[in-house]
Design a protein around this ligand. Structure first.
Ligand SMILES: *Cc1c(COP(=O)(O)O)cnc(C)c1O
Length: 480
């Protein structure tokens, strides 16, 4: 069994195994004609259940053959131009190369003595990101597993900086279009139910700053403590960007931590034409960025950045066996001092190779392309009488709904849209998302693939209309 350990004597098996796996994936990519097979959990479960994990195959080729059945054949393929559902991007090759390197070397970024150069690379990328945001000379941060963890860590720092022992008095303000990880974080941080004050949005789904001002004032009047305002730069559904300069003003006025959740909108940091949409982000106390959403990186790749690096001390604990207190005086860079995680992947390597091969302009250009596509798709939707589209996109999502001319019952229209989404996914022709707004069922495109064309969008809209009409026709038949 030692022949399976990756070391100096097994280079040949390493090379042939990984190459074989890469060949399978490359062949898959070349032949996948649909983003999804439409398989149901019930149909796929028996195949996975039938595998006896206590009876190994002892053969890489056989295991890869089996993988075809349990995974590769029915996986959801984000690289396909008609995958239009969630915030999953197609990935760039330099990052995939980075993934292969980082898992083989397997550095752990908690301490210098487990990573060496990896630590310096991560630090340089944090500095690079902080500079793109404009956070100033004291900025710092750390890579995380994702936006949810970044938001949790940012809110932990905000809670500690509020210097309030009585957690019941703390309040967090976020828009109604903000991400649910804010609520989850509040719960994990021991804050009371109801501590997240939801601020209404305007017609463009941006936080209403007048309402925020009123809530902050009320908080003060009630002798409560405004712990943080979470501004979202790219809401998950609408891609809307809250008015960052006005929110920064209010945070300054009420002495409140400003967190910007740019999990989705961070791609604009690399854009040469749309960076101004993030104006005001430089005034944040903390920022969440998800490179695995708009920097075309494989999951996971994310970071939390802070204006004042000293605030990261709230996540610092020392262990004699790992990062003893004296290492701080010795100026040994142990990233675990800044992180909620201990053992941690060297995800930064993926972004590093991406920037070294393609450059930031390359990434920003790809994100610009999908933002432009979303704009064109919005024009198509707005002009199509079959559809109602909610807002003109600031980034690359579109929330819309099929509205038949002949049906007026909104609940029936909800069901037709739900049906169309399911039928489309079952057919495997395309995958779109669904969401609710104003209590009604809508559909959503999240456009992150520059290979998607306007013709793809038009074709998918025709497919959706076809499925919805079929549903309505069938219910009419049943009624008569
Ligand atoms: C996706 C998203 C998150 C959560 O990020 P994960 O990487 O999925 O944990 C947080 N905020 C916003 C606005 C998001 O779109």
């Amino acid at each position: 069994m030692r022949s399976h350990l990756l070391n100096d004597t097994t280079a040949e098996l390493y090379r042939s195994s990984v190459t074989e796996g890469i060949e399978r994936v490359a062949a898959k990519l070349a032949t996948t004609s649909r983003p999804f097979t439409g398989v149901t959990p019930d149909a796929l479960s028996p195949t996975v259940d039938a595998v006896n994990l206590d009876e190994p195959l002892h053969d890489t080729i056989a295991a890869l053959d089996e993988l075809e059945d349990v995974y590769l054949r029915d996986a959801v393929y984000f690289h396909h131009p008609r995958y239009l559902a969630h915030l999953n991007c197609p990935v760039v090759i330099p990052a995939v190369l980075g993934e292969a390197v980082l898992s083989a070397v397997n550095s752990s970024l908690d301490t210098w003595d487990q990573s060496a150069g990896g630590t310096l690379i991560e630090r340089k990328l944090i500095d690079w990101t902080a500079a793109r945001i404009g956070l100033g000379p004291a900025a710092d941060g750390v890579f995380t597993s994702g936006g949810s963890q970044s938001n949790l860590q940012a809110l932990l720092l905000a809670r500690e900086e509020s210097k309030t022992e009585d957690l019941a008095r703390l309040r967090i303000f976020a828009s109604e279009a903000g991400h649910f990880s804010v609520q989850k974080s509040a719960k994990l941080l021991g804050l009371p139910p109801g501590c997240v004050v939801t601020i209404p949005v305007d017609k463009d789904k941006r936080m209403r700053t007048l309402a925020l001002a009123a809530e902050l004032e009320r908080c003060k009047a009630d002798d409560l403590v405004p712990m943080a305002v979470v501004a979202t730069a790219g809401t998950t559904d609408f891609g809307s960007i809250d008015p960052l300069p006005e929110i920064a003003e209010l945070c300054a006025q009420y002495d409140t931590w400003m967190h910007v959740d740019a999990a989705y909108g961070c791609g604009l940091l690399a854009s040469r034409t749309r960076r101004d949409r993030l104006d005001g982000i430089e005034r944040a106390d903390s920022v969440t960025v998800d490179y695995h959403k708009s920097f075309f990186q494989p999951v996971s790749s994310s970071a939390v950045l802070v204006r004042d690096g000293a605030t990261l001390r709230h996540a610092t604990y020392h262990a004699e066996y790992l990062n003893p207190r004296r290492t701080v005086a010795e100026r040994i860079p142990n990233q675990v001092d800044k992180s909620l995680q201990t053992t941690r992947r060297f995800d930064a390597l993926k972004l590093w190779l991406t920037l070294r091969v393609m450059g930031a302009d390359g990434i920003g250009g790809l994100f610009d392309e999908v933002c432009e596509l979303a704009h064109q798709a919005w024009e198509v939707l707005a002009a199509d009488p079959r559809y109602d589209v909610v807002v003109e996109p600031s980034l690359s999502t579109l929330v819309y709904r099929y509205v038949p001319a002949t049906v007026t019952d909104p609940a029936e229209i909800d069901r037709a849209n739900l049906y169309a989404r399911k039928a489309l996914s079952a057919s495997g022709d395309a995958v779109v998302a669904g969401t609710k707004t104003g209590g009604r069922q809508y559909l959503k495109f999240t456009l992150l693939n520059p290979e998607t064309t306007l013709d793809d969008i038009k074709a998918v809209l025709d497919l959706i209309a076809g499925h919805a009409e079929q549903y309505l026709g069938d219910t009419l038949d049943r009624a008569s």
